[in-house]
Design a protein around this ligand. Structure first.
Ligand code: SF4
Ligand code: SF4
Length: 539
């Protein structure tokens, strides 16, 4: 955690004057509150990463290997040859500036190097200098910069002040995806052993136990059993929640925070009550006990390795297809990369809902359906009974998590569900939702306590939009479908918009769901009184 938390009224005074420093000057300042801790060597070594070492960004000496320049140049060249997109993104920016004010980190910090165009330029300038003829001849005059140790520090600073949210790409007339440039920048830094801990340690945990949190198989089973007990206490129905059931029709994959974190857990109770109610033949898996994929924030190789367990486990258990829970980066990985990276999953069937008969054509290739699509389909076919009034204490808005919204176009299904389970649903302003949604400011592995100031800066535009609906419609709840959002939006809102809580979409579904054998419900899934069930002092 930062030594001293700057009060919101101070942090909100953002200076947008560009300053006098030449952008080519790579000098950066690392101070507490705006950087992430370096990875512990045990984790990087476990992952087989090069140059594992104990280090921190505030150290003067980053202990770079002797041939660090050669490593970066070779790594850069290899990626330019391998990824056509990187080469194109290095070449085609016309510096029109359309992306300049679209990044939440620029809006929250006023730092010009947080403009997407300039963030990319930090790498592009090295590309020009080292890989283009004009750059080799004219150097600085052609926008080229020399690769120095300070440039490496600058990359580290600004590629970890990008949450790979892709908002800027929505506005770029050339479709330049700065998130992909950031991903390449981070890959190059990893070649020098410059990983951050909140990516490497969860990834290492994932290889050891199947999930980011390092929960072992029996721990996962205990968590599920605990949830079954909780649910019985709340709704009076003992649900079946199979783990590692061979021959089940569907494998259900959740992010580990769903069975561990708050408020994620209440959505987990929601899934379990829903599946029980419709009699779904499904199973959890202890090996694929994590859908989230911190490899996405590290390197394509790590992303691929972590993702592979989902298909491996689907094969081992002999399921027909897969449902994935509420998670952001899990969906980015599987929607954009999984099929070509670890597929084709020919051993699975194209998903067909056993309850409605709907064939999910959009998932015929990946064989994996998003829980919001699945639930929206159940509601559309009137297969579940819902009592919206059970959520009448909630005045909700919906945060489009960057990855489901921009990476997979999941825009209408969550809203369809929201409107079916909640009487009081209000949208934030148009330019802050759907494809243009603002990031939580803490995605892509930067949601750490030590990075608190930068997270609050990056989350300012999202918080502003929440504040708008709080003031206009008395909104008191922000629903979302991403595990990182559920972990990092609560402190963000507590900081900028006190009085607004965060929930999972399926928490609201679970509250509204009327189960056939339920007892008289008095509490919601948080075990707080349902509307009208509050106990007064007289009682
Ligand atoms: S991807 Fe998101 S965080 Fe990164 S530069 Fe673009 S808008 Fe900013
Ligand atoms: S919008 Fe695209 S072309 Fe224009 S400055 Fe940004 S990245 Fe370059």
């Amino acid at each position: 955690m930062a030594d001293k938390v700057i009060p919101p009224e101070e942090l909100a005074k953002v200076d947008y004057n560009p300053g006098s420093r030449d952008w080519m000057d790579p000098t950066v300042e690392f101070r507490r509150g705006i950087y992430n801790y370096g990875a512990v060597p045990a984790s990087t070594a476990y992952l087989g990463q090069p140059f594992s070492k104990k280090w921190q960004p505030i150290d003067d000496d980053w202990q770079l290997p002797d041939n660090w320049e050669e490593i970066i140049r070779n790594g850069f060249k290899e990626r330019l040859d391998k990824y056509r997109s990187l080469k194109v993104f290095m070449d085609i920016c016309v510096r029109c500036g359309a992306c300049a004010d679209k990044c939440h980190f620029y809006i929250g910090s006023g730092d010009p190097k947080n403009m997407p165009v300039l963030r990319a330029e930090l790498m592009r300038s090295i590309y020009r200098n080292d890989f283009t003829t004009v750059g080799k001849i004219f150097g600085k005059l052609a926008g080229g910069r020399k690769l120095t140790k300070d440039v490496i520090k600058e990359w580290f600073s600004y590629f970890y002040q990008c949450t790979e949210c892709r908002r800027c790409s929505v506005f770029c007339p050339y479709g330049i995806d700065t998130a992909e440039i950031t991903m390449m920048g981070r890959e190059l830094l990893n070649l020098l052993g410059l990983d951050i801990d909140w990516i490497s340690t969860p990834a290492a945990n994932c290889f050891r136990t199947g999930n980011h949190l390092g929960i072992q198989p029996h721990g996962f089973k205990d968590s599920v059993d605990f949830a079954v007990d909780d649910l019985e206490e709340i709704v009076g129905v003992r649900v079946d929640a199979p783990v590692n059931k061979k021959g089940a029709e569907i494998l259900f994959v959740v992010p580990s925070a769903d069975y561990f974190g708050d408020p994620h857990y209440f959505g987990f109770l929601g899934y379990m009550s829903l599946f029980h109610e419709i009699g779904l033949d499904y199973t959890f898996s202890t090996f694929a006990s994590e859908g989230g994929n911190f490899g996405l924030f590290h390197s394509s190789d790590m992303m691929k390795r972590l993702n592979s367990k989902i298909y491996m486990e689907a094969k081992r258990l002999g399921v027909k297809w897969i449902i994935g829970a509420e998670c952001g980066h899990m969906w980015r990985v599987l929607h954009q990369y999984m099929d070509t990276m670890n597929g084709p999953a020919d051993f699975l069937e194209a998903p067909v809902s056993p309850i409605t008969g709907t064939r999910f054509e959009n998932a015929s290739s990946t064989k994996m359906v998003h829980i919001a699509e699945f639930t929206a389909d159940l509601i559309k076919h009137k297969k579940i009974k819902l009592d919206k009034s059970r959520n009448d204490n909630v005045r909700a808005t919906f945060h489009d998590s960057c990855n489901p919204a921009r990476a997979m176009g999941l825009l209408d299904e969550p809203r369809y569900v929201m409107n079916a389970v909640c009487n009081n649903f209000f949208e934030m302003p148009d330019n802050t939702i759907r494809e243009q949604t603002f990031c939580c400011g803490s995605g892509s592995g930067v949601g750490t306590d030590e990075n608190f100031e930068m997270r609050m800066r990056g989350g300012l535009p999202r918080a502003n939009a929440v504040k708008y609906v709080q003031e206009k419609h008395d909104v008191n709840m922000l629903a979302c479908i991403c595990a990182i959002d559920k972990a990092t939006l609560p402190p963000l809102l507590e900081y900028w918009v006190p009085g607004v809580e965060v929930c999972a979409l399926h928490e609201l579904v679970g509250n509204a769901l009327v189960m056939k054998d339920e007892k008289k419900r008095t509490t919601d899934l948080r075990q707080e009184p349902l509307p009208g069930m509050e106990v007064t002092e007289d009682e």
